[in-house]
Ligand binder design. Sequence first.
Ligand code: APR
Length: 231
Amino acid sequence: MRKKIIVLTGAGMSQESGISTFRDADGLWEGHDVHEVASPDGWRNNPSLVLDFYNQRRRQLKVVQPNAGHLALHRLEVAYDVQIITQNVDNLHERAGSSNILHLHGELTKVRSTGNPKTVLEWHEDLNTGDQCREGFQLRPHIVWFGEDVPNYDAARRMCQQGDIFLIIGTSMQVYPAAGLIHFAPKQSQIYYVDPKPHISWELSLRPALEILEGKAGEMLPSLVDKLLNL
Ligand code: APR
């Protein structure tokens, strides 16, 4: 049976594609306080600002491309059962060809009804105040904001419990519950952590099979993938 690789990715995965990370810029995200543009309070206080912020992100998505790291992860599928669990809201894993991607924090290319959370629509253009679902409710970005539940967390936890090999890529491991997922990795599983500034939690440091690759995803992943394909 094929081994299962679980890939946990964060903002650093897309940095070389030209998308900013969150915590590398003094707590500002593209010049904004994250709570202004990514929280239910921010949405209540100034929905136009929030919509505009995500419109800019959606427009940016059209001009950025998957990087060498995204493309390398796709190659793993030749020999492994690969499940990507990403905190990113971009679609660069999809565009690099990866098959199994779970988005923990939502997706930029989807919107949902503020009146009926089950109404989720594909959306590739700007979203404006006044854009409504069929039932007449304002649409909002399909993003998990600070303080909101993470609906895909249980599915992600179950996936992690089944993993043989784990790749953690480009995440500061500071935002919970996403950062806690690695605790569900079976004790003896091999973990690779790729990040130019890795944040090693106490629990992670106790792992018997942890290898830290200090560097950028696009630079480190092609050779790590080659190594895994040659095992
Ligand atoms: N390759 C790999 N890692 C990189 C690169 C790169 N080219 N550039 C930066 N990094 C690393 C940084 O060293 C840092 O550890 O990426 C990490 C980015 O950390 P954060 O900005 O905290 O992003 P992330 O961990 O994904 O944040 C989690 O927080 O704001 C919320 O919901 C948002 O999903 C996001 C969550």
